[in-house]
Each structure stands twice: as structure tokens, then as C-alpha cells.
Design a protein around this ligand. Structure first.
Ligand code: C2E
Ligand code: MG
Ligand code: MG
Length: 553
């Protein structure tokens, strides 16, 4: 062989990238080089095999002539054969032999049982990338190769941040287009010997042999950059970010299934701290992931066991001290842990999607309770509920709300929905349509925590909203921070300009009340008047009708 060494180098590279057993032989079928998958198939060592007659090893001497015949007439030889491994296991193989330019031969063996899956199972239909099935297989293969060469493997799991917003906002057709574009970019970020696969939904996996940890960082950075390039789909420009979890073999674990979980924990960790980054797996993440799963399961049970309760915090008119409304705030009365704050479980409920049934319960319960107060002849008030982003994103949200309200018998004018600024982004037209749907039903819409998000002020007038709620941070620091006072002032002025109601949250003392009164914000919700209280206690407040405030700070 004239060019033996360079051919050998090229083949070795190609071969190690392949999960199928592949062998190169001389023109008389003696092994020059073979890949890991082949050694694993025949359970022999590289030294035992180099230079040996391949057909001897496979005990397929009867094929010498048919193969010659095919190759001489420039055909690829293909035939199903049966080979006995270790004198006991018989495997069915699809053998293909073709001629290389300098007279050498390329042999490919597909073990029928393991690999004879349809192309559909191996490749993702939408993106053409390897599927989870093939990914698992290549991961196993990579481990075998890494062990043999004493190398490490990096396993990356990538998820697109908030991808459901694309599907829900622009529809699945555009969602698919985005995934295809991302897939093709990802393919260009890796070496040919590495694997990138679609693991379902917006999740992608990478397997790569690495000589140093830095190799995986480089790839992670490239991937983040590739995802972040703006995508133009049907006239919409979309800028996405991704979160990546990285785990290393053998440092982080020896079993692929465990490593895959670790990569996922690390990815989730990145998402939980804002996304658009990568992170290596750390043991605490595993614990955190477990705790999270436990919390999710407990929440699911809490829903069936009726462990959630609503507290009500009055909104008070500061001129007359009369109660003009209430916000319903959820608490979890856990039989073991006692009362749990929404701050602890709402974020996890949002991430896991559990917020959808929980949010529906909140709406039902707030309607039911308010109807009871009205029927009991108490002064009527509007009760507001908090709607989380995943609830609002649902295409049928307006219908769902309508159904619940109709069933409860509560006149809709006694219900208000609080949403946040972050829910006003994305597909603006759809957002406006939903808000109109809710308004047409007779509901009020408040923007909660106003001033903390980054809604564009020029857009604000396009949304059919009724109320701005000043975030409590701007009320809390009034005395100590001149800037926050300015922000509170600006929000009050803005609401007056747009003819919106304005409610200040978090008023705790007389100084807060004085400032708000001066600025013309007459409705206040804060500990100064009352903390959130049980339905029974709130009924008592309603009966009294007025609350005289009390400094708490
Ligand atoms: P939020 O909607 O902005 O509710 C106001 C929060 O501020 C409540 O906390 C309330 O107790 C607190 N607050 C009111 N006045 C004062 C004050 O003067 N000083 C201080 N320090 N705090 C005051 P809470 O009940 O712990 O709820 C926290 C957040 O949890 C809510 O903020 C809301 O984002 C979320 N949340 C509560 N209930 C629900 C729910 O049913 N569904 C959803 N999706 N989120 C909820
Ligand atoms: Mg609220
Ligand atoms: Mg708020």
C-alpha cells in the first residue's frame, strides 16, 4: 500500500466516529484497521486482530469468491451473514464490502438485532439529527472507545430557554422551523467525530471525546452563540437563548443513564438562575434536583388533598379607610411543614407546569368565596387573583376563565386578574386579543409589580388594562431612596395620564401613606392596613367596612 499511513490515519478518524463495526482490509482481506465497535463485536483485542484474515476470524471463508466477483465488477458486495462469537453466540449481520481506491477493502457490519431499526427510530424526523435512541447508542460506544484510549467524554444537554413561548406564541409550525434552524446551526458547532442529537422537544444532546475540560467549554460557548443568533421566521425576528448542562465521563459517573440525569440537573440549574449559560454538574445539583422532584410530587398531592388555601389582603381607600377590594394570595397548608409561602412553591409550580391546575383552583376558589360574601350580604368588593405566565400563554385561557366564572355564578365585575409585565411580550397581537377577551367578559386587568419589568411604555397604551400596581419595592424605600420615590411618582403620573387605576403595594407606615396621598395614589394594599388574612377574618373586616392603619415599620 503506497499511501498506507495517511489512509490509515483518515480511516481511523472516520471509524471512531462510526457506531457500526467498520474494518479496512488489504486486497486479500487481511485487517489493516478496525474500529471499536468491531472489536466489541468479536470480543478480541486490537493486537490479536491486526494482520489477520478477516474472513477467517468471521468464519466466512465461503464468501471469498462471491466477494471477489462483486468487487471485480465494481459492485458493492452485500449479504446477510451469520457469525458465531466466542463459539457460542450467533449474530445475524448485514455485511457490506466495497473497494477502496488503492485496492484495499472497506467492510461494514450491521448487527441485525441491535441496529436493524428503521431510520425513523434512529433519526429525528423533523431535524434529521440522530434521535435519543441513536444518542444512547453512541454514548455507549463513546464510553467503550474512551476506555480503550484512556480518554474522557463530555456529555452536554442543551435546552432552549422558554421554547414553549415560541410554540404558544407563534404556533407549532413556526416552532418547528425554529427547531430545524437551531439543529442545523448545532451541527456546525461540533467536530465530525462528535454527536449532536435531538432528545425530544427543545432538548439537544452532545457527546464528544475530550482531552481537557476546556474542550467542552469551547463547544458550550459556541453552542450558546449559535443559538443566540437572531432567527427570522415568517417576518418575525426571534432571539433565543439556551441553557447547557455538562457532565464528564468518567469523573461524574460511569453509567450513561446517571450521566444523562446529571447533565439534565446541571441544565435545569442554569435555567433556574436565568438561562443563557452553561454549567458543569455538581453533586449539590443532584440533591437540588431530587428535592425539586419531591416538591413537585408533594404539590401534586396537595392539590388532590385540598391543602392549598387562599388568604385575602384588603385594598383600602386612604381617604376614607374603606375596603375597596382584596387580593387573593395562595398559601400551602402542608400537614407536616405548616404554612408554606407562595414564594417557595410558585416558581417551581410555574416551571413544572403545575401552576396551570393550581391557578385554575385559585380562580375557582376566589370566585366561590367572593360569591359567598356577596350572598351573605356583605359589602361587595372586587377580588383579584394572580395569573402566572404559563396559564396566560394557554391558547384557550379566555374560554377557561369564562367557564370557571360562569359556573361559579359570580358576576364578573367582581373579579380582577393580575398579570405581570413580562407576560406582555412576545406575540403582542395575541396578548392583546386575550386581554380583550377577558375585558369583554367584564373582568378588570391589573399589571402587578409594575416598574420591575421592562415593558415598553409606548406599548402600554395598546393593552386594554385597567390598573397598575406599584411594586412594593418602590414604596418600601421611599424614605431612604430618592430614586425609588421618583419611580413611584412617575408610575402614579403615568397611570393618571393613561386613565388607569393605581394601587400601591407594600405600604407599611404613615410616611408611606402620606407620600402616596400627596402624589394622588388613593388605593393602597399593605401591612399598614392589614396582612393577608383568612377568608373568615376578611369577612369580619368587610363587615366593619373600614380599617384604621397601623405602622409596622
Ligand atoms: P404579589 O402578587 O405581588 O402579592 C403581593 C405580596 O406582597 C404578597 O406576598 C403580600 O403578602 C406582600 N405584601 C403586601 N403588603 C406588604 C407589605 O406592606 N410589606 C411586605 N413586606 N409585603 C407585603 P405573598 O402572599 O407572600 O405572595 C408573594 C407572591 O407570590 C405574590 O406577589 C405573587 O407573585 C405570588 N402569588 C401569591 N399567590 C399566588 C397565586 O394564587 N397564583 C400565582 N400565580 N402567584 C401567586
Ligand atoms: Mg399580585
Ligand atoms: Mg405585586
Amino acid at each position: 500500500m503506497s499511501n498506507g499511513n495517511s489512509l490509515r490515519a483518515v480511516l481511523e478518524q472516520l471509524f471512531s466516529a462510526s457506531f457500526e463495526p467498520v474494518i479496512a482490509t488489504s486486497g486479500d482481506n487481511h485487517i489493516i484497521v478496525a474500529n471499536g465497535a468491531f472489536f466489541d463485536l468479536v470480543r478480541m483485542d486490537i493486537d490479536e486482530l491486526t494482520g489477520e484474515d478477516l474472513l477467517n476470524i468471521l468464519k466466512l471463508k465461503s464468501l471469498v469468491d462471491p466477494i471477489e466477483e462483486a468487487l471485480i465488477s465494481r459492485r458493492v458486495f452485500a449479504q446477510e451473514v451469520s457469525v458465531t462469537i466466542d463459539d457460542q453466540n450467533e449474530v445475524q449481520l448485514q455485511l457490506r464490502v466495497s473497494q477502496l481506491p488503492e485496492g484495499e477493502r472497506l467492510w461494514v457490519l450491521n448487527p441485525k438485532s441491535k441496529y436493524d431499526r428503521s431510520r425513523d427510530a434512529q433519526f429525528d424526523r423533523l431535524t434529521g439529527l440522530p434521535s435519543q435512541f441513536l444518542f444512547d447508542d453512541r454514548a455507549e460506544q463513546a464510553v467503550i472507545t474512551a476506555n480503550r484510549h484512556n480518554k474522557s467524554i463530555a456529555l452536554l444537554r442543551m435546552g432552549i430557554d422558554h421554547f414553549n413561548r415560541i410554540n404558544e406564541g407563534l404556533g407549532h409550525k413556526h416552532g418547528d422551523e425554529v427547531l430545524k434552524e437551531i439543529a442545523s446551526r448545532l451541527q456546525h458547532t461540533i467536530r465530525n467525530s462528535d454527536t449532536v442529537a435531538r432528545l425530544g422537544g427543545d432538548q439537544f444532546g452532545f457527546i464528544m471525546a475530550i482531552s481537557a475540560i476546556d474542550d467542552s467549554i469551547l463547544v458550550a460557548e459556541k453552542v450558546l452563540e449559535a443559538v443566540n443568533e437572531p432567527i427570522i421566521i415568517d417576518g418575525h425576528t426571534i432571539t433565543l437563548t439556551a441553557s447547557i448542562g455538562i457532565t464528564l465521563y468518567p469523573d461524574d459517573g460511569k453509567e450513561m443513564s446517571v450521566l444523562l440525569q446529571h447533565a439534565e440537573s446541571a441544565m435545569r440549574h442554569v435555567k433556574s438562575i436565568g438561562g443563557h449559560n452553561f454549567q458543569f454538574f455538581a453533586a449539590e445539583m443532584d440533591q437540588r434536583a431530587r428535592a425539586r422532584i419531591q416538591l413537585e410530587n408533594r404539590m401534586r398531592q396537595a392539590l388532590t388533598n385540598n391543602e392549598f388555601v387562599l388568604y385575602y389582603q384588603p385594598k383600602v381607600d386612604i381617604e376614607s379607610n374603606s375596603i375597596v377590594g382584596a387580593e387573593a394570595l395562595i398559601r400551602w397548608n402542608d400537614p407536616e411543614k405548616g404554612m408554606i409561602s407562595p414564594v417557595e412553591f410558585i416558581p417551581v409550580a410555574e416551571e413544572s407546569g403545575l401552576i396551570v391546575p393550581i391557578g385554575k383552583w385559585v380562580l375557582e376558589e376566589a370566585c366561590r368565596q367572593n360569591k359567598i360574601w356577596i350572598d351573605a350580604g356583605l359589602p361587595t368588593v372586587k377580588v383579584s387573583i394572580n395569573m402566572a405566565a404559563p396559564q396566560f400563554r394557554d391558547r384557550n385561557i379566555v374560554e377557561q376563565v369564562r367557564e370557571v366564572i360562569e359556573k361559579s355564578g359570580l358576576p364578573p365585575k367582581y373579579m380582577e386578574i393580575e398579570i405581570t409585565e413580562s407576560m406582555l411580550v412576545g406575540d403582542i397581537e395575541t396578548v392583546i386579543e386575550k386581554l380583550h377577551g377577558l375585558r369583554d367578559m367584564g373582568l378588570d386587568i391589573a399589571i402587578d409589580d409594575f416598574g420591575t419589568g421592562y415593558s415598553s411604555l409606548s406599548y402600554l397604551s395598546r393593552f386594554p388594562i385597567t390598573t397598575l400596581k406599584i411594586d412594593r419595592a418602590f414604596v418600601h424605600d421611599l424614605e431612604s431612596n430618592k430614586n425609588t420615590a421618583e419611580i413611584a411618582r412617575a408610575i402614579i403620573a403615568l397611570s393618571q395620564g393613561l386613565e388607569l387605576e393605581v394601587v400601591a403595594e407594600g405600604a407599611e407606615n404613615a410616611a408611606h401613606i402620606d407620600f402616596l396621598k400627596e402624589q394622588g395614589c388613593n388605593t393602597v394594599q399593605g401591612f399598614f392596613y392589614s396582612r393577608p388574612v383568612t377568608a373568615e377574618a376578611f369577612a369580619e373586616l368587610l363587615k366593619a367596612g373600614v380599617i384604621s392603619g397601623d405602622d409596622v415599620s
